[in-house]
Design a protein around this ligand. Structure first.
Ligand SMILES: Cc1cc2nc3c(=O)[nH]c(=O)nc-3n(C[C@H](O)[C@H](O)[C@H](O)COP(=O)(O)OP(=O)(O)OC[C@H]3O[C@@H](n4cnc5c(N)ncnc54)[C@H](O)[C@@H]3O)c2cc1C
Length: 457
């Protein structure tokens, strides 16, 4: 009966075959697997409304899914939830060249949007390694950070409006395109980062910056983490408004991208590497600033070797060293992933402590991330999953993070894998209020159940 209803609603866009459904059941990391038997591919908000109205009435659980690149097991079912995929909701609704405001459906792939905007002299305000697959709706649902946050800020600032279908099927039109609007509570913020648990995002209005005329990239080697930090303060002071990214990776990361992906290290082997991007409007001016900074960094011994790219091709090659670390890690064995916000000065201490703690029981313990945002990606690999190794890592990693008032999830969200650790970063009263909001917006608990929040008794 249920399948027949959906087939009538969206003929040809209901997937039921075991083989066809399989990829929707497994996450990008291949670390969690659901057993859904039904994938729905709506094209319009009205169809999403019809689906949720029906599921609400019939008490059927629904798992919203975008590009399925999420890293915390939030994008795939735990049991047999119906998968609601935004894959066919990929229409650009409007773009205003004066304001830079883009309005589009939630299933638009981030990279496609960026290409569309580049033709008009603009770019998306966010960029991440998964850009070729992730959807803008998924980005908003996870409040994705990524590589441009340092410059353009978080989605909480750049998303101007959202259209959301609530659990009972009613559509909430908050798809405004205003920079300033203080009329009542800012409801869209509730859905940004809600990981599909409060509503299905169907359309997004987002403020996009002009495409910078001049982009330069420097890839540098540093001899210690203290020097990585000092290089950051120096470059912030000397590059000012043109600094658009400051990323770091340790030597283990470099070894992994070299051995698993056959990328080559463009500089002399060093314990740490930093990637500095500048984006501005005047190439002569930007290059002069960057060169002055590099001269000073070299002369004072902050940096021991480096290379600079100004052309698109070399820029892409250098960026891939950093962007493809996540991919390289998956070739190294089973990966225990942690995405932490920490006071920037202490960021690498956790990697060092973890390495000492685990000794030979781990294959590799690596650290990299968005240093400019105080965001560490700590990854531990082993030949295969081991419960005793997990016990050695957790809750130690969360206690360590809580002891310096950090966040146990800087940008990936809590999903299925981290939801039971929320108390390390949020007080009890905050979790209870979140549970009350969830109960109000989704009283039957049909939207992405078993995710983000611990179970409310
Ligand atoms: C190689 C790689 C690099 C990455 N780099 C970064 C990074 O730099 N920064 C970062 O923040 N993340 C990063 N990620 C994590 C991930 O890509 C992002 O979280 C991304 O934003 C998820 O988008 P998606 O469309 O794939 O969503 P999915 O994985 O499909 O879903 C993620 C969550 O959002 C929910 N969801 C999806 N679409 C909707 C919708 N329309 N309405 C409501 N809920 C929805 C899902 O239910 C799920 O809980 C990376 C992942 C990979 C694989």
């Amino acid at each position: 009966g249920d399948v027949a209803f959906f087939q009538r609603l969206m003929p040809g866009r209901v997937v039921t075959g075991e083989e066809e459904v399989k990829p929707f059941n497994v996450d990008w990391l291949k670390s969690v697997r659901g057993c859904s038997q039904l994938v729905l591919k709506p094209q319009t908000t009205a169809e999403v409304s019809e689906v949720l109205r029906y599921c609400h009435e019939r008490n059927l659980a629904v798992n919203p899914q975008g590009g399925n690149t999420g890293l915390v097991g939030g994008s795939v079912p735990v049991f047999d939830e119906i998968i609601l995929s935004t894959a066919l909701m990929d229409r650009i609704i409007s773009f205003d060249k004066v304001s830079g405001i883009l309005v589009c459906q939630a299933g638009c792939v981030l990279e496609r949007l960026n290409e569309y905007l580049e033709e008009q002299g603009f770019i998306m305000p966010l960029d991440l390694g998964a850009k070729g697959s992730c959807h803008i709706g998924g980005n908003v649902a996870t409040n994705a950070g990524g590589l441009r946050l340092l410059r353009y800020g978080s989605l909480r600032g750049t998303v101007l409006g959202l259209e959301v279908v609530l659990a009972d099927g009613s559509a909430l039109d908050c798809l405004g395109s205003l920079r300033k609007d203080n009329t009542g509570y800012d409801l869209k913020q509730l859905f940004i980062g809600s990981e599909g648990t409060l509503g299905v995002i169907t359309a997004v209005s987002i403020l996009c910056p002009q495409k910078p005329k001049a982009v330069n990239l420097a890839f540098l080697g540093c001899q210690s983490f203290a020097k990585v930090l000092e290089t950051f303060t120096t470059c912030r002071a000397m590059l000012g408004e043109i600094l658009s990214a400051y990323e770091f990776m340790d030597e283990k990361c470099m070894q992994l991208v070299e051995s698993h992906l056959k990328l080559s290290n463009p500089v002399t082997d060093s314990p740490f590497y930093v990637l500095i991007e500048t984006s501005g409007s005047n190439s002569t001016h930007d290059e002069e600033k960057l060169n002055n900074f590099l001269e000073q960094a070299m002369a004072s011994g902050l940096v021991t070797d480096g290379t600079v790219a100004t052309d698109d091709k070399k820029i892409k090659v250098l960026w891939s060293l950093r962007e493809r670390i996540t991919e390289a890690l998956t070739h190294d064995g089973y990966v225990y992933k942690y995405d932490l916000s920490l006071p920037v000065g202490k960021l690498y201490d956790l990697v060092t402590d973890m390495r000492a703690r685990l000794g030979h029981s781990a294959k590799n313990v690596v650290g990299y991330g968005h240093l400019g945002d105080g965001n560490l990606h700590l990854n531990i690999t082993a030949e295969s999953y081991s419960h005793s190794l997990l016990d050695a890592i957790e809750p130690f990693v969360y206690e360590w993070t809580a002891s310096c008032s950090g966040s146990i999830s800087a940008e990936h969200g809590l999903g299925f894998k981290k939801k039971q650790f929320i108390q390390y970063s949020k007080p009890h009263e905050a979790v209870v209020l979140m549970q009350r909001l969830k109960a109000m917006l989704d009283p039957r608990g049909i939207l992405n159940p078993y995710k983000t929040l611990p179970w409310a008794p």
